[in-house]
Design a protein around this ligand. Structure first.
Ligand code: F3S
Length: 276
């Protein structure tokens, strides 16, 4: 089997930074909590848990005065306020590019725009942005609701891991309503764009594509959708252990890419399993 790995894949700088912050907190001998998984990769999280990291679902589960690492996706402002009010030591690992989207949301809401977020309603990054943009803001995940076409002042931003085409479609649709003002910011992060571009390039050269990453990872799921969308058989795996011989039967060239929260060791394991 001829195996090729995408030029751009795996850890992005935001994920690397979040892990480094978590690791340096643990190295200092501190017990560290995180609200929800730090990044969307269960294997990396498991390794951190073995070193003393505690992933909890609710701020109530964090004792007063403890140390908490904020996940790369960010949290709602009221959560941050609660943690600080309880004297909890906050290590903020929110990705700076996610922060940039949060800043845009805050600015648009302050200037009276109805904030439209192109993204997945239940994704933690989008939830945190919603908390900043306020109750009037709307998440668009697919079709633009007709009532948005009647809003006169609209500001559009996107979840960092969206596909450019999704943002473009929403902006075009909103423009059909002829609002008085329509401002749109391309807040899709460059790591996402590069990984999507490399995946498309590679998928066009192989007989089968493997996309590695957590099942809960939005950017990995998007990479798999994009590869499948260009017609190549595509499998989204978390690790090489999920590789099944039927996936490669009759295939000569395999492509491998990985989401932004997938570590190198997971990529290497799959490449060696495919190369046997
Ligand atoms: Fe940040 Fe983009 Fe990675 S938003 S966490 S650099 S995918």
């Amino acid at each position: 089997m001829d195996v090729k790995v995408a030029d751009n894949c795996g850890f992005c700088f935001g994920v690397r930074r979040a892990i480094e912050l978590a690791e340096s907190t643990l190295r200092a001998g501190e017990e560290a909590y995180c609200l929800g998984p730090l990044i969307h990769n269960p294997q990396v999280i498991e390794r951190l848990i073995q070193r003393g990291f505690r992933v909890v679902g609710d701020p109530e589960q964090i004792p007063d005065g403890a140390k908490v690492v904020i996940r790369s996706h960010g949290v709602r402002p009221e959560v941050m306020d609660e943690l600080r009010a309880r004297d909890i030591d906050v290590v903020d690992a929110t990705c700076p590019l996610v922060k940039r989207v949060q800043d845009r949301a805050r600015e648009l809401a302050r200037e009276g725009y109805r904030v439209v977020i192109v993204g997945e309603r239940h994704h933690p990054e989008v939830d945190a942005i919603l908390g900043i943009a306020g109750p009037e803001s709307v998440v668009v995940d697919g079709e633009v609701p007709d009532d948005l076409l009647r809003v006169r002042k609209v500001g559009v931003i996107a979840q960092t891991t969206q596909e450019g085409a999704a943002l473009r479609e929403v902006v075009h649709r909103l423009a059909e309503g002829m609002p008085d003002e329509l401002r749109a910011f391309n807040t899709i992060c460059s790591a996402t764009v590069e990984r999507q571009r490399s995946a498309v390039e590679l998928a066009g050269q192989v007989d089968v594509m493997f996309v590695l990453g957590g099942r809960n990872s939005a950017n990995t799921a998007r990479l798999a959708e994009i590869c499948a969308g260009i017609g190549v058989p595509t499998y989204h795996l978390e690790t090489a252990a999920e590789l099944d011989p039927t996936m490669v039967a009759g295939k000569r060239r395999a492509g491998v890419t990985a989401g932004a929260s997938t570590p190198d060791w997971i990529v290497k394991e799959l490449v060696s399993a495919l190369s046997v």
